[in-house]
Design a protein around this ligand. Structure first.
Ligand code: ATP
Length: 516
């Protein structure tokens, strides 16, 4: 895995320290490819997903929701092409042993001079020896670098050490396979071995036999939420009398057996997506594509402090999936460079046509006004919710030097996304202040605003703690509160404090939240 930048290391550590994201099964040594969202992480994730649901479904008449099962009929994945094609060619570097996806390699043109780079001089020496003995190529060593190698005709070299000494590309299916029903795949295979049916079989013949034995019980964890929207197109269109153009949206878990899990939660094997299939009449698809790509870019920008770190990138012809007419990525400038946050694709009528063919059912729309039938085209904005959470954390993370020379870490999360909206702090743990503070917390909770009582440590430390988890406002109960019924409200970003009446505190926060 690539070494994380300083900023990422700080964010990963903050996530653990403050209860945003933990390594899955940490007490057993952790599972590299899976993460658990702690008390603050789950709030942040829900706030992102709820904001998406509100803006994409609840506040529109032309989009409806769906919550489909994760395990679908295996034919769905045959029809969608995932079973055959949802695989990335994998390559091993023969020198540094890195395993990587061919599309993640470092591009290199044939004959290009290469500088192979290693962690230290000793490793470079060992690599020099290995290359000489295994490939008969002599390279010059310069400290931790080896010079003299040239790129071959693969179009790429190892993304870690730049070596052109690579294995062949191998196909690898990214879908997690399981079995359904009383006899699991292992049992079927064991029984076949006992019957002697596998004796003498090797390679592809063995693989084909195993596939045949297990195909009736094989099921897959969905690698995207999208296919259910195509499969349920007719049910939804008819039950809701939807008129094209309209969209079907879904959020939920997806699973991919990713070989390269990287950059913390950026790429993991279990993640959450927020996807929408927007069905429109062929011929209107280009216009809808324009609409949705801008809508989605602006949606992300609404929550950010740095809009310049978001951009749209059009896929060129070579990069486009074979069924897509056009595709844009909403990209974010991560600490390691620009990368995908969301894809918006014009999938044409590919999916509906495929499912119609494989299921034998008609998946068409009858336009009552024009009195004609057609298969709608589809524009698909497909975003990662967990990747979005990472983007929001990176965007919000700030270190500021205060007048007294101390550094304050502050997460400048958009208040609508902040896990805790208000912290209520009694200045001291006596003189009736804790009781008053509890009353204020209860008033917020009764209005559905996530407020937390906090009396641990000095007031300064409590402010820092809430700055670090992105709480936009701290309300402090002090001696004056007990005399004149006012409290201070401190703004996370400006650190300015203002006195307001305790009776209007809930109203004040409600109106600030409404304004954003
Ligand atoms: P990438 O090129 O990064 O692998 P992709 O093009 O395969 O992504 P899509 O299939 O378009 O991704 O999925 C839509 C969105 O789902 C992505 O933009 C991303 O936000 C999210 N996503 C995809 N794979 C993962 C993963 N393994 N972990 C976390 N989020 C993911």
């Amino acid at each position: 895995m690539a070494k994380e930048t300083d900023q990422m290391q700080k964010i990963v550590s903050l996530c653990k320290r403050r209860g945003f994201v933990f390594q899955s099964s940490e007490i057993y040594g952790g599972l590299r490819s899976a993460y658990d969202y702690g008390p603050l992480g789950v709030e942040l994730k829900r706030n992102i997903m709820n904001a998406w649901w509100r803006d994409m479904v609840q506040s529109r008449e032309d989009v409806v929701g769906l919550d489909a099962s994760i395990i679908m009929h295996p034919r769905v994945w045959e029809a969608s092409g995932h079973l055959a094609g949802f695989s990335d060619p994998l390559v091993d570097c023969r020198v540094c042993k890195e395993r990587f996806r061919a599309d993640h390699a470092t591009p290199a043109t044939e004959g290009q001079d290469l500088v192979l780079t290693f962690a230290d001089k000793a490793r470079a020496k060992a690599a020099q020896e290995l290359i000489k003995t295994q490939f008969g190529v002599e390279l010059e060593a310069h400290g931790k670098e080896l010079k003299g190698a040239k790129a071959g005709n693969r179009g790429y070299v190892c993304p870690v050490c730049n070596s052109p000494f690579l294995s062949e590309e191998r196909q690898f299916n990214l879908m997690f396979r399981s079995s359904i029903g009383p006899v699991d795949a292992m049992t079927e295979v064991a029984q076949a071995i006992e019957r002697g049916e596998l004796a003498g079989l090797q390679g592809n013949a063995l693989r084909a036999k195993l596939d045949e034995l297990t195909k009736d019980s094989a099921v897959y964890l969905r690698p995207e939420t999208a296919q259910a929207m195509f499969v349920q197109f007719m049910n939804i269109q008819q039950s809701m009398s939807m008129k094209v153009p309209f969209g079907i949206a879904q959020q939920g878990k997806s699973f991919r057996n990713e070989i390269t899990v990287e950059h913390f939660i950026f790429r993991s094997c279990e993640f959450e997506q927020m996807e929408m299939e927007f069905f429109c009449e062929p011929g209107t698809d280009d216009e809808w594509m324009d609409y949705w790509k801008d809508f989605r870019l602006n949606w992300w920008k609404k929550f950010t402090n740095h809009p310049e770190n978001f951009r749209l990138r059009a896929h060129d012809q070579a990069e486009l999936a074979h069924y897509a007419k056009a595709c844009y990525d909403v990209e974010y400038l991560y600490p390691w460079g620009w990368g995908e946050l969301e894809g918006i694709a014009n999938r044409t009528d590919y999916d509906l046509q495929k499912h119609a063919k494989y299921s034998g059912q008609k998946l068409e729309y009858f336009d009552p006004t024009a009195q004609k039938k057609y298969t709608p085209y589809v524009i698909e904005p497909s975003a990662g919710a967990t990747r979005g959470l990472l983007v929001m954390l990176i965007d919000a993370y700030n270190e500021e030097t205060l007048e007294n020379g101390e550094t304050r870490v502050v997460l400048k999360l958009h208040p609508a996304l902040a896990p805790i909206k208000v912290a209520v702090l009694p200045l001291v743990k006596k003189d009736g202040m804790p009781e008053k503070a509890r009353e204020v917390v209860n008033a917020f909770l009764a209005h559905g605003i996530n407020a937390r009582y906090d009396e641990q440590q000095t007031i300064g430390r409590r402010y820092r703690r809430h700055d670090e988890i992105g709480t936009p406002w701290c309300l402090t109960i002090d001696g004056q509160t007990l005399q004149d019924g006012t409290i201070t409200i401190r703004d996370r970003d400006t650190m300015e404090q203002q006195r307001i009446s305790i009776d209007t505190a809930v109203q004040e926060i409600e109106s600030r939240l409404r304004k954003i």
